[in-house]
Write a protein that binds this ligand. Structure first.
Ligand code: CO
Length: 463
């Protein structure tokens, strides 16, 4: 039997899930050399919301963070999460931007890129995959796991085969919402292992209290790699604790062989940092609690807290339960999109609008209209004519790969940002976050810096 491998997520998903991605580079660097000696398969350190948080909230250069991490981590692979054609932003980027972004991510230190599409429309990961292969990165294709009448085991098996044929180096079952269950995990992993020899990695969240059991059953079914977070950044809406699982699985023949002394050193290092974020109310103790609503409504933990805070702003907290009930209905209307960024925010906002306006689809955000127009890709299940008409009337629906509508854009972005960008990494920060990046670049190069404004206010990232 091959050894079980472990990916440490504290430096990406762990702090993204618990403290809104606020860990600073200076808090990360001192412990990296120890982390490098644990025996992890990889460290997830970049991508997801880290880039956005760096330039929007921390006034830090995300590329510089990556280079610093790489300079301290010499033995362990560095991993990032990429939203396919959306890269780390919230719209589709043209293929030339995708290519350049991936080239520079790999050049600056990334080894493994986990790429996914919110709708599992593989056309949206095609360009990223091509670039990852071209620049010799490890291309891990992730299935956005969800449950619905169309998301059957057969559906996932077909998807895995497609990804394999497209050139995936490994497959991740990405249970971003924590809706996978232990026996389903066992069944799915077992069946995927029967049809492919690619390594299978499993990613889940503790939100609904069953993540450890999911990992145990998945390991029994032969999963190759699991995602865990060092204890101070584990549990709740994050991943299960690395130390606990390292001990658990050290008692079996596939012992991941992690260095327990080093793990304890890492958790001792992060404890006071975690405690400070808790004192500053950035870590809300609520996100650490088991949330049975997540199982009932099949929505990610992060989405629950987003909805609650949006309702608070509207003085409509009493509508919480009603909005939660509306979420699965909206999801059904829209062809069962998996609730992952950006779909989770979009479906959540639509459910909120439906309840607060008192009439379903009376108010529809632009993003939902674009989705129904096919601009995010193909919905997992067809959207009924009735719903489509309500949302976009007789407007045309596109069926081509959405990025085929986009002309090359990188050079014009470069021109647009001009002297403010000193390298292509800067240009990419601008291409991804045009509202925020100019202020960030001004500050980076010591020019004037005003307060940054919010780009898309209802979007806060969960995955
Ligand atoms: Co996650």
């Amino acid at each position: 039997m091959n050894q079980l491998k472990i990916t440490e997520t504290a430096l990406r998903d762990g702090h993204q899930s618990l403290i809104a991605t606020r860990l600073k580079t200076e808090e990360i660097v001192p412990i990296l050399e120890t982390m490098d000696q644990v025996g992890y398969h990889s460290l997830e350190v970049w991508g997801g919301a880290t880039f956005d948080a760096c330039i929007r909230f921390l006034d830090e250069d995300p590329w510089e963070r990556l280079r610093k991490i790489r300079s301290k981590v010499k033995n362990t692979k560095l991993q990032m999460l990429l939203r396919g054609q959306n890269l780390l932003g919230y719209r589709n980027y043209a293929d030339d931007t995708v290519d350049r972004f991936i080239e520079l991510s790999i050049k600056n230190g990334i080894d493994i890129i986990r790429v996914f599409d919110a709708l599992n429309d593989v056309r949206n990961i095609e360009a990223s995959m091509k670039a990852i292969k071209k620049y010799k990165g490890h291309c891990q294709c992730a299935i956005s796991y969800t449950t619905s009448e169309v998301h059957t085991t057969d559906y996932y098996l077909k998807l895995v085969k497609t990804m394999e044929n497209m050139g995936a180096d490994s497959i991740c079952i990405k249970d971003m919402a924590g809706v996978l269950t232990p026996y389903n995990a066992y069944d799915l992993v077992k069946k995927i292992k029967e049809i492919t020899t690619l390594p299978i990695q499993l990613h889940t969240h503790c939100t609904s209290g069953i993540a450890d059991m999911i990992y145990m059953k998945a390991v029994e079914a032969g999963v190759d790699i699991i995602d865990t977070a060092i204890s101070p950044f584990s549990g709740g809406t994050s991943q299960p604790p690395t130390e606990s699982l390292a001990v658990t699985f050290s008692e079996m023949e596939r012992n991941p062989n992690l260095d327990m002394e080093k793990l304890l050193k890492i958790s001792e290092y992060f404890k006071p940092i975690r405690d400070r974020y808790m004192k500053e109310n950035i870590l809300n103790p609520k996100v650490l609690l088991t949330e049975p609503q997540a199982l009932k409504y099949q929505v990610p933990g992060g989405m629950l807290s987003n909805l609650l805070s949006q309702l608070k702003q509207q003085n409509a907290e009493d509508k919480y339960e009603e909005v939660l009930k509306e979420v699965p209905r909206v999801r059904k209307d829209l062809g069962y999109p998996p609730l992952v960024t950006p779909m989770s925010q979009m479906v959540g906002t639509q459910a909120l609008f439906n309840v607060l306006s008192g009439e379903r689809y009376k108010l529809v955000p632009k993003e939902i209209k674009d989705y129904v127009r096919g601009q995010y890709g193909k919905a997992p299940a067809p959207i009924s004519e009735d719903i489509r008409e309500k949302i976009i009337g007789n407007e045309e629906v596109i069926t081509i790969r959405p990025a085929d509508l986009l002309k090359p854009e990188f050079e014009s972005m470069k021109k647009e940002i001009g002297d403010l960008a000193k390298c292509d990494e800067d240009v990419l920060a601008y291409a991804l976050f045009p509202q925020v990046a100019p202020k960030f670049l001004e500050s980076k190069y010591g020019k004037k810096c005003d307060k940054v404004e919010d780009e898309i206010s209802y979007i806060t990232v969960t995955m």
